[in-house]
Design a protein around this ligand. Structure first.
Ligand SMILES: Nc1ncnc2c1ncn2[C@@H]1O[C@H](COP(=O)(O)OP(=O)(O)OP(=O)(O)O)[C@@H](O)[C@H]1O
Ligand SMILES: [Mg+2]
Length: 494
């Protein structure tokens, strides 16, 4: 089955109005012309296109446009008056559907023309069909190119570039495979365009084309959306502790980036709950880095933003975009802010929660959710019930070993050798510190040392540590209640 076959059936025996939402108008018209001109003599119908700029124009024969009927109403009256079979492709007619006269004219044409083989095609990027016309219409969707077709498109671009520059295009087979996978979920014209720029950019297909195509794809899919593409992922080595999370990720790595072996369900996702500043967001970034897939971040703030309009629709669109970008990590940061149902009068966040839970239960796509939260009082119980997430990890204040690792990571990142610092002393002095507070102490100590033109030492660090009153002291009660809550509901992240 293909587009051509489906469209042929629809034009032959479908309703008199066909709605086509596409960004690929030219390709669709090509398809129509092919169909029209290959029809047998007794089934032949003339094919017209109408636009506000040119009026009606016969395109199966390539005749001159008849500009006098470029006015929408004139155009429709003309079509109505021609009492013959024909296929009329109305391009970008959607704004004129707001006029009741046009709607009635379309209905008249459809009813009167039905028996003599007249079909009206409404072709626009997006169409809201008035209810009056629904029962006389069907929708046609052009299929997105499958893997074989994408391969053919990329190959065509490679060949044409090679011919143009007069030398072979270097193609790394693995990068080609990745590129073909990445181009999935996009319409023909976008596949062609992205493939072309990948080939032409450096005259080769190599691994470094893939991230650029991935980002371009994301921009195409998320026009005006609320999903952020995070360029800044981390590696597992950037995260101290989190041993449980790391093992979890490593065990699922292969099943996630390739088709899962029979009997293994694709992983759905994890929830990281815990103390502020202890690396939850960092771990979400590292999940994408470890799996080597894009990281998309759903910002609940803009999900609810009035400017962005309907909240649930935003969520659905974002989830769909994530599915098309899969395999990917979808990061729901501070999820409690999006689904807290406590003081919500309109019921929106309850519906958002409902949509999210339904999607989590039904989606089979390779979108790994990594949700983070630090306020358990606001977390709806439905979300933390068994079976929603694959695992709920509790992120506690770092242990002594973890603190030593955090110091080492952040010193090394700033070009310093941790071996030259008295780590055991620093670890003892930072009991109750979060990772963020340790990092902050390192940053401040470096400035302090720089100001007096000294090389940073443990002494500078200890001085900063001494000045800090960690959150765990300020909010001791909160941390204690978080731990109580987590005891029976979660597993330790480390
Ligand atoms: N385990 C850790 N290993 C390495 N660095 C850490 C760790 N924990 C925290 N940090 C440092 O602290 C910074 C802040 O941590 P992060 O934002 O991930 O915490 P969080 O748990 O998401 O906090 P919040 O609840 O406030 O969102 C990180 O970017 C990182 O530099
Ligand atoms: Mg965070």
């Amino acid at each position: 089955m293909n587009d051509r076959h489906d469209l042929q059936l629809l034009l032959k025996s479908g309703p008199p109005i066909v709605v086509v939402e596409t960004a690929d108008e030219q390709r669709f018209l090509q398809l129509l012309i092919q169909l029209a001109t290959s029809a047998s003599a007794d089934a032949y119908r003339p094919l017209y296109r109408w636009t506000i700029t040119d009026g009606l124009q016969r395109i199966d024969l390539d005749l001159e446009p008849q500009r006098h009927n470029s006015d929408p109403q004139e155009g429709l009256r003309h079509i109505r008056a021609v009492r013959k079979p024909g296929i009329y492709a109305l391009l970008d007619f959607h704004p004129f559907l707001a006029d009741p006269l046009n709607v009635r004219l379309l209905k008249d044409i459809a009813i009167e023309g039905q028996s003599r083989g007249l079909v009206l095609l409404l072709i626009s990027h997006s169409i809201q069909l008035p209810a009056e016309l629904e029962s006389l219409s069907a929708r046609f969707e052009m299929r997105l190119p499958g893997a074989a077709e994408r391969h053919a498109i990329v190959q065509r671009e490679i060949d044409s570039h090679a011919e143009e520059v007069g030398r072979e295009v270097h193609v790394d087979p693995q990068a080609l495979d990745l590129l073909i996978g990445t181009l999935g979920g996009l319409p023909h014209s976008d596949v062609e365009r992205l493939a072309r720029s990948a080939v032409r950019q450096d005259g080769a297909i190599t691994a470094d084309d893939v991230p650029a195509v991935m980002q371009a794809k994301y921009r195409l899919l998320n026009r005006g959306g609320v999903l952020g593409y995070e360029h800044d992922t981390a590696s597992l080595a950037d995260v101290a502790g989190f041993r449980g999370v790391k093992v979890w990720l490593q065990q699922r790595r292969l099943a996630f980036t390739h088709d899962p072996p029979p009997g293994l369900d694709p992983p759905k996702g994890i929830l990281l709950i815990g103390v502020q500043g202890c690396g939850k967001s960092l771990a979400a970034r590292a999940a994408a880095g470890a799996l080597n897939v894009p990281l998309l971040r759903l910002d609940f703030g803009s999900l609810y933003d009035k400017y962005h309009g309907e909240t649930e629709r935003n969520l659905r669109d974002s989830l769909r975009t994530a599915e098309t970008m899969s395999p990917c990590v979808l990061w729901l940061d501070e999820i409690e802010k999006g689904v807290a149902t406590g003081h919500d009068e309109s019921g929106t966040s309850r519906r958002v929660l409902g949509s999210l839970l339904t999607w989590m239960a039904e989606s089979r796509s390779r979108v790994l959710l990594v949700a983070t939260a630090n306020d358990v009082a606001q977390l709806p119980p439905e979300l933390v019930r068994k079976g929603r997430f694959d695992e709920i990890f509790f992120v506690d204040l770092p242990s002594p070993t973890q603190r030593a690792d955090i110091f080492a990571i952040h010193l090394r990142r700033r070009g310093l050798d941790p071996e030259t610092f008295d780590l055991p002393r620093l670890v003892t002095a930072t009991d109750g510190f979060s990772g963020a507070e340790i990092e902050q102490a390192v940053v401040a100590a470096l400035y302090a040392a720089h100001a007096v033109r000294q090389a940073p030492t443990a002494r500078h660090l200890l001085a900063e540590v001494g000045r800090t009153r960690p959150l765990s002291v300020v909010m001791a009660e909160r941390v204690a209640s978080l731990r109580r809550w987590a005891k029976d509901r979660t597993v330790p992240a480390d």
